[in-house]
Each structure stands twice: as structure tokens, then as C-alpha cells.
Design a binder for this molecule. Structure first.
Ligand code: MIC
Ligand code: SF4
Length: 752
């Protein structure tokens, strides 16, 4: 373990430190004296203080030293703007930035990319110069989606990575603990502060048997989402193990870990095995594979390791699934899907099938999908719906172009889009249906919240494997089950599609394609980073005001949000992605998707000072101008979905004090704390129902103390005031964030 192996092929001076990790583990072992799960081993081997750290799953806050940080363009802008206010000359730990979210899908890869580069010039220039200045690796637009690039280049077994995107857990397919965070968390690591995480519980998923036919790795996570639901993974790491693991390709394991974000899990991870070794070798990192083999005993669970919850899935019996619409945990096995479509009145015609994205665009995915498309072409038929392909990276695109899958997709009638997020995040100039028209689309993506893909709340979006997307696209209907149903060939003869086949790794190796990486220059002092004061896309951040030290009395409820309130409802993506570097401008989307309990409508709330109904951001701005603080009331799992800290920065910027819910999604709760907001939960979840949208409340902030509830006095419009107890998860240092106005202010204070 003494030898020096580089973390990746791009950086000369960052090494994998298995020696240090095993020393740390030895210290923790002697203290805990029990078998450890693999996820625990990764975390505890990265402790800042293995001797002194409290370790209790679900309780203690761990202080960790991640190996790396990754940011995508839509979140990096805010992360870098915050880092700049810390006043350091370079990042203290390895960081990369990836341009993937800002490319709108319109006509096809090349043209869409060229247009994006010109429209987003200011932002790309900002990111590229900031990366050059602060010693950050920069992946230019066209390089691919962050998680795919991380898997191909940076992930390694046993490593700890944080990324400013909720699907960062994709790296778990290479045995890495890869965790999604908000930008402010990334800034801590960039500035060499330890990164804090509530010690997760560990959910074990034991896999037995082997998949065959139409079943694919995606079905494992679709099934797990069914079992655990969108909030079942909150505060936990999902750790896969058991004999079935060895039957899944490395990229297949990544698919499973990627979509673990949809159950709220902190991350998901697979133990190191030969499939990972093969992938490392295929991506020119055989030395890492060999090094991991030397350290292999620590790259899996100890015998007898205990899980907080255990799920078993027999892969031999697992059916293909389709999840949705509107929520990723509504799972239906393919054998029951047609009936479910009828029972629920979902539109049965399939309008668009979309494959690719960070979830499912491996060589294996593309090869299997192409085998199905080829089968159709051989029978003289093609796609019966619009069909799009988003390659996850330039390397994948170039390789499938060389090996012919890309041509098959085009022959099949498909459009190959840029190597980017595209329709997955509403970057889709969709023209085939009108807004408001009910219709169905099926993708191999991970999320399907209302309006996410095309901004049309009537679009029924389903997620499944690329295999089923292609099969349904051939049929053009949601009533088709390729396992049992026949299709008609060009002469009207019936035939059945052959189950998909495809290589896990390209036999001829990967083709790297165009060079899309910009390494930071050696001489960086002279690089200047420009933010024009007149820009509508970038804005230098101003520090938030510290807490005034008082209780908040008689303040309004800006909105009582009803039902699911995801980060897409709080800070919508799609067209708004363009303001991700400009806090004041993006604040105009604050909560515009949330449903107001008072009228069942989105973006229509009453301004109590005027009695007028208005848009949410407008009312918030009016309160702010009048010096009135406000709160939001929300339901379960508030802030589910994305890591975007804009969902926390916007309410802070527009004068909010507290967000009070039945429960929070992990990343969003931390984001709120970091920006100096109060995320509070009802001690009695039923109290949510007692609050009416036009009540006023007092928040007794002076009661705030670690482990103690906070009182909210509710003043109903008519009737007597009553008290409600609210809980919080602030620890002592985090309370300083609230008092100082933000984590960043706290950091600045410490530096003074
Ligand atoms: C998403 O899938 O929702 C995103 C867009 O990748 C987000 C990040 C963002 O909002 O910038 C995520 O998942 O964190
Ligand atoms: Fe991009 Fe979609 Fe993946 Fe998010 S889930 S990183 S938007 S491809």
C-alpha cells in the first residue's frame, strides 16, 4: 500500500492514499470493536479526527476529508461566487467543473452545442477563467454529463467525493462514496474546512440470482424505489451486496447508485469487484484496479456487518418495471403496466421515447438499445414516436459512432442530441405537443416530477430502462409488453422482438473523441475573472445580514404549500437555468411551482398588507421592502430532488426567516442552514393541518439551542392563539451560521 498511484490520468500530484485510509480505519476499529459495513469503512477512513470523532449512526455529525469535489455548470456558478468571497488564491483540494446543464436540445447535437456556446458565452467564460485562476479542472461544453465524466475519469474504489448535483452517487458503481451536496458544502472543502455529514444509517440491499432477457440494472433501482419510496432512503446510505452483485456490469451498478437519489438516500455504493476492475482497465486505469486489489479486503463489508434495514431482491425473478408518472417511486411491473394505464386513464399513445442521460448512457446501455432498434429495422419498421438519444459523454458518443450503434439509432428515426442533460432538465425545445395537452413520454432518466422535461404539467413522464424505452417507441403505445406481445413487420406479419444483447465494454476499447478538457495553467496569478456589474446572468454575492437577536413576532405565512414540493417547485430549472449565477434574477422563480393550499393554485398567493392576490416572488419582494419577515409551511420531504442551493438562497434573499415542514430532504435542509435560514419541522406532524394560510406566527428564535424544540405561536385570523412545537437538527457550530447570517459569514469571521 506504500506505492504511489495517481487518482486519475489528468492530475500529476493527487494520489490515492490507501495507506492513510487503512491507518484511520484501524483507529476506528479499535474504538468501535464491531464489524463495519463498506460504506462505513469509506466514511470512517476519511475522518478528520479518527481518534476523537463521535460515531453513532443516525446521530453524530461526522467531520470528513473528501478526496475530491465536482461541480456542474448550473451549480458551479454559485459555488465559485461563494468561494471567491472567501478570498483564497486557489482551491485546497482537487476540484473539477463540468459544462452539461446549459445546453438546450432543439435539432441535434452539433448545432445545439454551437448555439449553447454562443448563448452562454458569458457564463462559460466566467467558469473557465475562474477554473484557470483557482486551479480547477474544467470540462468544456460537449464533454458530457458530470457523472459520466466522473465515472470514466475520477471515481475510484474506496474514495470519497462530494458533488454539487444530487446524482453524484453515480460514482458508487466504482465503489466510491459519492455524495450530492449544495454549493456551500463544496466551498468548505475547496477552502480546506472539514465537510460535515450526519453519520448515515446503512440500508443493506442483498442481491441474489442473475438477470436475464429484458430485465436490466435499472429495474433493480426501480424496484428499490417502489419498496423504499421517495423518502425511504433519507439519512441513509444504501449498500448493495450479496452474490448477485457480480452479475451486474460496473456501469449497471452506476445506474443503480445514480437513481438512489430518487429515494432520498445520502448515497449508494457497491463493493469492489472484478467488474469494476475491468471497467478501470477499459478506461485506462489498470494501475488503480491493481492497487484496489491490493487493498480489496477493505473495499467491501466485514463479515457480520449489520444493517439498519435489510432488503433482499432475487434478480432471477425480477421483472422489468416502469415508474411514474409524476413521481419516481410509483413502480409498475411491465406485465401489469397496460392495465395500469387503462385504470388510471394515462394517455396511451407514446409521443416521445428518450434514452441516455447520466443515468443510462453506458456503452452497454447503448449497445442493448441499438440491438432492439436493429431488430425492428430488420423487420422493416422504425420508431413510431419521436426518439432521442443523449450520450453521457463525448467518449461514449465517439465510441458508438465508431462501432455503429449511433448510425442504427439514426436509421431507426432517432435524433442524437448533444452530450448533455438536455430534456432531462427541461432544456428541451419541444414542439410536438402544445402546453397543457395531456400526453405520455418514456425515458431512461431518473426523475419525472411534474413539468420537469418540457415545462408542460400535463405531460405524463415515465422512467424505465433504455431497453423498454426503445421497445415502447417501436410500438408507439404504452400498451406494449415486449415479453409477451407481437408487433407487425412491414408486410403485416407478426413477430416478437428478440431480448436485447450487447457488450458491457467496447471490444475495441473506448474512443476518446474530441479533446474537451482544459487543465488549469501553471501560471495562474495573472488570470482575471470577470463579472460585469450590468450582467443579467452573473452577480457578485452580497453577505446576508446577521440575525437581529430577537424573536420574530406576528409574521405572515408567505405560502402554505400543499402536497409534493420538490426543488423543481421551489426553484424551477428549464428556462431559469440561465440565471443560476444571478441571485436577484433567479429569485423571480421562487416557489412559483408550489401549490397554495388556500386556492389549490400555483404562483397565486394573497399579500396580507394589500389583500391583493399576486405571484409568490412579487409578494415576497413587497414584504421585504416593507421590512416584514415571513415563513413557508410545507409538507413531507420538502425540497426533494435537486441539490440546487438556489432553492435556499432565494427565500433568504427575499427576506424569509424559516421553512416549517413535516420533513425535509437532506441536501435541501443543509442548504437552508448554510444560508442562514431556519429549517424547522413539526414535532407533531398533524399540526401541519392546524395552520391556515392566512394565520400569523411568532417564531421564538431566542429559544434556539441544540437538541431543544422551538415554539411557534400561531395567531389564527379568528380564534385564540396556540403554541406549536418545532424541531430542528442544528448542532452548535451550525447555530452560528444562523446567528451570523450564513455559513459564509461565519467562515469570514473566523478568518478575520
Ligand atoms: C437535476 O437532476 O435536478 C439537476 C439539474 O441535475 C440538479 C442540479 C441542479 O439543479 O443544478 C440535481 O439533481 O442536483
Ligand atoms: Fe443532468 Fe438529468 Fe443527470 Fe441531473 S439527472 S445530472 S439533469 S442528466
Amino acid at each position: 500500500l506504500d506505492c504511489k498511484v495517481r487518482q486519475n490520468n489528468w492530475e500529476d500530484s493527487n494520489f490515492i492514499n490507501y495507506k492513510k485510509m487503512s491507518e484511520n480505519l484501524a483507529i476506528v476499529r479499535s474504538r468501535l470493536n464491531r464489524p463495519l459495513t463498506y460504506a462505513e469503512k469509506i466514511l470512517y477512513s476519511h475522518l478528520d479526527d479518527p481518534h476523537g470523532q463521535d460515531i453513532e449512526r443516525g446521530k453524530s455529525y461526522l467531520k470528513l476529508r473528501p478526496d475530491r469535489v465536482a461541480c456542474q455548470d448550473a451549480t458551479a456558478q454559485m459555488a465559485i461566487l461563494q468561494f471567491m468571497s472567501a478570498g483564497m488564491d486557489q482551491v485546497a483540494n482537487p476540484v473539477t467543473v463540468h459544462c452539461d446543464h446549459l445546453i438546450v436540445a432543439q435539432i441535434g447535437g452539433e448545432k445545439d452545442l454551437a448555439r449553447a456556446i454562443s448563448i452562454n458565452k458569458e457564463v462559460y467564460d466566467f467558469l473557465s477563467s475562474a477554473c484557470a485562476k483557482y486551479n480547477i479542472g474544467f470540462w468544456r461544453p460537449g464533454s458530457g454529463i458530470i457523472h459520466q465524466i466522473i465515472l470514466e475519469n475520477y471515481a475510484f474504489p474506496g474514495g470519497l467525493l462530494i458533488g454539487t448535483d444530487s446524482h453524484t452517487p453515480n460514482g458508487g458503481g466504482l465503489g466510491m462514496c459519492a455524495i450530492g451536496v449544495g454549493g456551500a458544502d463544496a466551498v468548505d472543502v475547496m477552502a480546506n474546512l472539514p465537510w460535515e455529514l450526519k453519520a448515515p444509517k446503512i440500508i443493506g440491499v442483498k442481491l441474489t440470482g442473475a438477470m436475464s432477457g429484458w430485465t436490466s440494472p435499472k429495474d433493480i433501482i426501480l424496484k428499490v424505489a417502489d419498496i423504499l419510496t421517495v423518502k425511504g432512503g433519507t439519512g441513509a446510505i444504501v449498500e448493495y451486496h450479496g452474490p448477485g452483485v457480480n452479475n451486474i456490469s460496473c456501469t449497471g451498478m452506476s445506474t443503480i447508485c445514480n437513481m438512489g437519489a430518487e429515494i432520498g438516500a445520502t448515497t449508494s455504493v457497491f463493493p469492489f469487484n472484478d467488474r469494476m476492475y475491468d471497467y478501470l482497465a477499459a478506461t485506462k486505469r489498470k494501475d488503480i484496479g491493481d492497487f484496489s486489489r491490493a487493498y480489496a479486503a477493505e473495499l467491501r463489508e466485514d463479515q457480520g456487518a449489520e444493517y439498519d434495514q435489510l432488503i433482499e431482491i432475487n434478480l432471477t425473478e425480477l421483472e422489468p418495471h416502469i415508474n411514474g408518472p409524476f413521481t419516481p417511486d410509483l413502480a409498475t411491473p411491465i406485465s401489469k403496466f397496460s392495465q395500469a394505464v387503462k385504470d388510471n386513464g394515462w394517455p396511451d399513445e407514446l409521443k416521445v421515447g428518450l434514452i441516455g442521460s447520466c443515468t443510462n448512457s453506458s456503452y452497454e446501455d447503448m449497445s442493448r438499445a441499438a440491438s432492439i432498434a436493429r431488430d425492428a429495422i430488420d423487420h422493416g419498421i422504425k420508431a413510431n414516436a419521436v426518439f432521442t438519444v443523449t450520450p453521457g459523454s463525448e467518449q461514449i458518443r465517439a465510441t458508438i459512432e465508431r462501432d455503429g450503434q449511433l448510425q442504427t439509432f439514426e436509421e431507426f428515426g432517432g435524433i442524437v442530441l448533444a452530450n448533455a442533460c438536455g430534456p432531462c432538465i427541461g432544456q428541451w425545445d419541444r414542439r410536438d405537443v402544445k402546453k397543457g395537452e395531456a400526453n405520455s413520454i418514456v425515458s431512461s432518466y431518473n426523475r419525472n416530477f411534474t413539468g420537469r422535461n418540457d415545462g408542460n404539467p400535463a405531460t405524463h413522464s415515465f422512467v424505465t430502462s433504455p431497453d423498454l424505452v426503445v421497445a415502447l417507441t417501436i410500438a408507439g403505445s404504452l400498451h406494449f409488453n415486449p415479453l409477451t406481445d407481437k408487433l407487425k413487420d412491414k408486410d403485416g406479419n407478426e413477430f416478437m422482438l428478440k431480448p436485447p444483447t450487447g457488450d458491457g465494454l467496447p471490444v475495441r476499447g473506448y474512443d476518446p473523441g474530441n479533446d474537451t478538457y482544459q487543465a488549469p495553467p501553471k501560471e495562474r496569478a495573472s488570470v482575471s475573472v470577470q463579472v460585469a456589474p450590468t450582467s443579467d446572468r452573473l452577480q457578485i454575492l452580497q453577505p446576508f445580514q446577521p440575525w437581529d437577536g430577537k424573536d420574530a413576532k406576528d409574521i405572515p405565512i408567505l405560502i402554505k404549500a400543499q402536497g409534493k414540493t420538490t426543488t423543481d417547485h421551489i426553484s424551477m430549472a428549464g428556462p431559469w437555468l440561465k440565471y443560476r449565477g444571478h441571485l436577484d434574477n433567479i429569485s423571480n422563480n421562487m416557489l412559483i411551482g408550489a401549490i397554495n393550499e388556500a386556492n389549490g393554485e400555483a404562483n397565486k398567493i394573497k399579500n396580507f398588507t394589500t389583500g391583493e392576490w399576486d405571484a409568490v416572488p412579487a409578494v415576497a419582494r413587497d414584504y421585504k421592502k416593507k421590512g416584514i419577515k415571513w415563513v413557508v409551511i410545507g409538507d413531507w420531504n420538502y425540497g426533494e430532488g435537486s441539490s440546487r442551493e438556489h432553492a435556499a438562497l432565494e427565500p433568504r434573499h427575499l427576506g424569509g426567516l424559516a421553512i416549517i415542514t413535516r420533513s425535509f430532504a437532506r441536501i435541501h435542509e443543509t442548504n437552508l442552514k448554510k444560508q442562514g435560514m431556519l429549517p424547522l419541522t413539526f414535532a407533531e406532524p398533524a399540526d401541519y393541518d392546524k395552520i391556515k394560510p392566512d394565520d400569523k406566527v411568532d417564531i421564538l428564535c431566542t429559544e434556539l439551542a441544540v437538541g431543544k424544540p422551538v415554539t411557534m405561536v400561531v395567531h389564527p385570523k379568528d380564534g385564540k392563539p396556540f403554541d406549536v412545537q418545532l424541531l430542528h437538527t442544528f448542532n452548535k457550530p451550525q447555530l452560528e451560521w444562523f446567528k451570523n447570517g450564513s455559513a459564509l459569514n461565519t467562515m469570514a469571521k473566523a478568518a478575520r
